[in-house]
Design a protein around this ligand. Structure first.
Ligand SMILES: [Mg+2]
Length: 245
């Protein structure tokens, strides 16, 4: 498909990257690294804060109230058991999320694992960037997590090719107003912007905001019923720049 002359907005999971990455790499890594991470980083303020949240999620007033009477090694064991149990239950615990986030940050920063992006993505980003296109990310993952992700991919640091990041603080991904706000913030005329995602409801919202849209179909994505009315592509080399690009 031919991209309009303006900005390009990209979803991550199912679009630039495999939806399996988080299940195949990140979640198993958090489980595997938990004990060593707690042992090595226990005293760090951000780890103590995450453990405070974990204690509160478990119904205690504080970490101190939960396990302050125990020796440090036993405190760590208690936190570890609780975190593993929450992982088993796939619980949406704030404390667990905070702890997992810290383990992943360390994993990315030490090169223990790298974010997945499809092979066609870096060349397309370079091509768009070289043509002066403003390329931005819109994902439900936090902006901090997006930067960590694109800063440490299997294809190296891709952050210099991106001009902006949006998460759900700008609004939900299926709300028209979110795309209106993004276009305003990026100083894009909506009709000149292209949004690429694997989720039809997100594309519908972007289209209602006036953006052009493309449905990205990657291996492992959910099957999409026909009749969605969006342009479709299977990799980013299929987006070519027309006009002044
Ligand atoms: Mg997606």
């Amino acid at each position: 498909m031919s991209a309009p002359d303006g900005g390009i907005l990209l979803d991550i999971e199912g679009t630039t990257s495999s939806i399996r990455f988080v299940y195949d790499v990140l979640f198993p890594a958090a489980r595997r690294e938990l004990a060593a991470f707690l042992r090595e980083s226990w005293e760090r303020p951000e780890v103590q804060s995450a453990c405070q949240l974990l204690a509160q999620d478990a119904g205690h007033d504080s970490l101190e109230a939960w396990c302050g009477h125990l020796a440090v090694g036993e405190q760590r064991c208690r936190v570890e058991r609780q975190a593993l149990q929450l992982m088993d239950q796939d619980a949406k615990s704030t404390g667990l999320k905070a702890l997992q986030g810290l383990i992943w940050r360390r994993g990315f920063e030490t090169g223990q694992f790298q974010a997945h992006v499809y092979d066609d993505v870096p060349p397309a980003l370079r091509r768009w960037h070289a043509a002066g296109r403003d390329v931005r990310i819109y994902s439900s993952g936090s902006i901090a997590a997006q930067k960590l992700f694109f800063g440490h991919t299997v294809h190296g640091n891709l952050l210099p090719l991106l001009s902006g990041h949006y998460d759900t603080t700008v609004g939900a991904k299926r709300e028209v107003s979110s795309y209106v706000r993004i276009a305003q913030d990026a100083d894009w005329s909506p009709g000149e912007a292209l949004f690429i995602s694997d989720v039809v409801a997100e594309l519908d919202a972007a289209r209602d905001a006036g953006m052009q849209t493309a449905l990205c179909q990657r291996p492992g994505n959910a099957a999409i019923p026909a009749g969605h009315g969006h342009a479709a592509l299977t990799d980013f080399s299929q987006v070519w720049l027309g006009g002044s690009g």
